[in-house]
Design a protein around this ligand. Sequence first.
Ligand SMILES: Nc1nc2c(ncn2[C@@H]2O[C@H](COP(=O)(O)OP(=O)(O)O)[C@@H](O)[C@H]2O)c(=O)[nH]1
Ligand SMILES: [Mg+2]
Length: 373
Amino acid sequence: MPSFEEQIRAIEEEIRRTPYNKATQHHIGRLKAKIARLKEEAEKRAQASGGARPGYSIRKGGDATVVLVGFPSVGKSTLLNQLTNAESEVGSYDFTTLRVVPGMMEYEGARIQVLDVPGIVHGAASGRGRGREVIGVMRSADLVLFVIDVFNLEQYRVLAGELYNAGMRLDARPRDVKIKRKARGGLTISSTVELRKIDEKTVKAILAEYRLHNADVIFREDATPDEFLDVLTGNRVYVPSVVALNKVDLVKEDYLAEVRKEIPEFIPISAEEGTNLEELRRAIYRKLDFIRVYMKPQGEKADLEEPMVVMRGSTIADICDRLHRDFRPKLPLRPHLGQVRKVRRPAGRAGARPRGRGHREYRHQEVTLGGLT
Ligand SMILES: Nc1nc2c(ncn2[C@@H]2O[C@H](COP(=O)(O)OP(=O)(O)O)[C@@H](O)[C@H]2O)c(=O)[nH]1
Ligand SMILES: [Mg+2]
């Protein structure tokens, strides 16, 4: 029996050889589902054999966690030292950072943990030893900060590909597709919108690969076969990202126009000279999409001095966990923050914004949480 890796590679090869069109869509969909299943299987096996669990290693600190992703020697340690209070070893040779170095960056009242992890290099996502641990740390981050060398722009595509293979979906959100498993009754596939990217045959082929023969599937949004598979596997993480293009002190201004053709959105910085770091901090802060929560003890005025800073999508239970560990069980609801009724929203409507819509000012998004005792 060939190893999981060999099987996956053989299927990937077949996908590469097959032209993608209407007639082959279901076939390719099935092959992709097969790869997804093999990966899940490999992951289970690795965990059972006592391997490190993804996400086990770093305790989360602060209000959010940012992970630096970049090739060796692009300036991650230098940047971490500039952005945070950490002391990360800086070297002019590869692989200086051998373990995870955390630092804390404070910005607009938010405490943001920044992690410098051992460089992921090509193939880390295939999940061996240290690669698995690194991927685990990446997956549990709230934001990915790519650090790209100004002279090696292809690094961006390579790294983004690695993270994609590790089940991370950057600056995206899951498609609105519901899959309800049933005990019997066969498959029902329906949609409230016209499906242009996927056909029924492909949906069925993918479900068959997952041995799903009884289910109701509703598409409330068009989805590619890959996006449908993402919903089906359910183990994808959706994380925002920021690209820092480092060492721009070594190039002229007009070079950056060339870069824009390669990388659509980036922030040019020089970690060494400390150039443009304020803009980078700001971009990180904005993408993290914080909300301020003001506490209002029962029968008293809200405390407007010290809000709690949380990310959008946090639940009441998350907040209670941070307040006191006995709080949570008494609460009947776990609504998303955006659904919290009332209260103080001086600017913008909390929760009204679909993810990944570019920039806006979120500083004033505030919620008061009443009735706390
Ligand atoms: N010219 C220039 N050199 C930099 C910059 N940032 C880092 N370096 C240098 O690049 C080398 C590698 O930096 P390091 O932070 O150790 O990279 P890491 O391996 O990604 O952690 C060191 O010699 C740094 O001094 C920068 O913005 N400009
Ligand atoms: Mg380093």
